[in-house]
Design a protein around this ligand. Structure first.
Ligand code: UD1
Length: 350
């Protein structure tokens, strides 16, 4: 049985990935500071796991702490080693991700995201643990209107959050090219993850007022937000609203498992993969689909464009599909249905 360390395992994507790992029989070790997530997530992961009667053995341990504390990370590695367990791979989600906040607190973002990652890599190196899946973002790319982005598209992050993701990718590249040819590394460039686990037990729970479209649509459907603001109806797209590549959070979670297994069985290598469905959906399409599948009303107004937005951000995902043998993605309908179920069952979050 493989032992996997998941940093940021209580976050939105992290929690869904931990559940997917448990379902596939991995031992899961979570590191989370719980600064931006609730400790109740852990119970929910276990509840969702146990809701399948065939799942008897729970193999999950949680370590509360911050990656900025190198001694804490070392202690975690030592404790796992003292159980005579080897860590076969690390999935590294921990990091801050609020774009607007990253402009206000760049030092905080660089410290937490970049220094935290350096600390993690140093300890991994010390313990000869060299398999890492890193949670990167399509935000590393320069946006190019109406063109699919592939892994060789031009870089051009436009905010401090994006700069930290890009810098970590550069760091991983340097590490891979170093003399010690032992690292197996993957940077997954996520497009727009939305939705929730189909049980309604796990979902997205932003601590402050959300900025991303999906939680705002759900809040508007629920009535906790009166009206949805759609930023711009004059973009060069089919209906004038921006187009994004939304991916179901469980598809994204399952991708991590595939990539991890691939790395564990490969020779040292560095992979960059776009993780999106390759399907572009406009903001209006998303709103209409949410209304239709859930039989709700989402009142909206058009506002002027939001600074920093682009019109079109869609993945060329052919590399992901061919390398990881993926033949199915959940639909926008599934994302809207599952996301609404989560919101209805958990109107105030966890
Ligand atoms: C944002 C981040 C990106 C991050 C991603 C996933 C910015 C500029 N980018 O991407 O770095 O990786 O989230 O967390 O913040 N929209 C509305 N009304 C709203 C909110 C959003 O119309 O109230 C529109 C936006 O204009 C955009 C689309 O919905 O066209 C998606 O927005 P959002 O969910 O914030 O994601 P991105 O901006 O694509």
């Amino acid at each position: 049985m493989k032992n996997i360390l998941v940093t940021g395992g209580a976050g939105f994507i992290g929690s869904h990935t931990c559940l997917a790992l448990l379902e596939k029989g991995f031992n899961v070790f979570i590191i989370d500071s719980f600064e931006n997530s609730s400790e109740r997530v852990i119970k929910r992961i276990l509840e969702a796991y146990k809701s399948n009667k065939n799942n008897l053995n729970i193999n999950m341990k949680v370590f509360k702490g911050n990656l900025c504390d190198k001694y804490f990370i070392k202690e975690v590695f030592n404790r796992i080693k003292n159980e005579n367990k080897e860590i076969h791979g690390v999935i590294h989600f921990a990091g801050f991700k609020a774009v607007a906040e990253s402009f206000v607190e760049p030092l905080y973002y660089w410290q937490n995201n970049v220094v935290g990652t350096i600390n993690l890599l140093e300890i991994m190196n010390e313990f000869n643990c060299n398999n890492l899946v890193f949670s990167s973002s399509a935000t590393v790319y320069e946006t190019k209107d109406n063109c699919l982005l592939n892994e060789s598209s031009k870089f051009g992050p436009i905010n401090p959050y994006g700069n930290t993701k890009y810098s970590i990718e550069m760091l991983l590249k340097d590490l891979f090219q170093s003399s010690a040819k032992k690292w197996k590394l993957a940077s997954l460039r996520y497009f727009n993850p939305i939705g929730a686990h189909s049980s309604g037990l796990l979902g997205e729970d932003p601590k402050d007022t959300p900025n991303n479209i999906f939680p705002l649509i759900a809040n508007t459907a629920l009535g906790t937000q009166k009206i949805l603001k759609i930023y711009g109806n004059d973009w060069p797209t089919k209906d004038g609203t921006p187009v994004r590549d939304y991916i179901h959070v469980m598809d994204l979670a399952e991708c991590h498992l595939k990539v991890l297994k691939f790395l564990i069985n490969s020779e040292p290598e560095i992979l960059y993969l776009n993780v999106g469905t390759g399907i572009g959906t406009s903001v209006l399409d998303l709103v209409k689909t949410f209304e239709k599948v859930n039989n709700v009303k989402i009142p909206f107004v058009f506002e002027k464009r939001r600074i920093g937005d682009g019109s079109f951000l869609v993945a060329d995902n052919s590399l992901l599909i061919s390398k990881m043998n993926i033949n199915y993605f959940r639909s926008i309908e599934d994302m809207c249905r599952d996301g609404w179920k989560w919101k209805q069952l958990n109107p105030k979050g966890y």
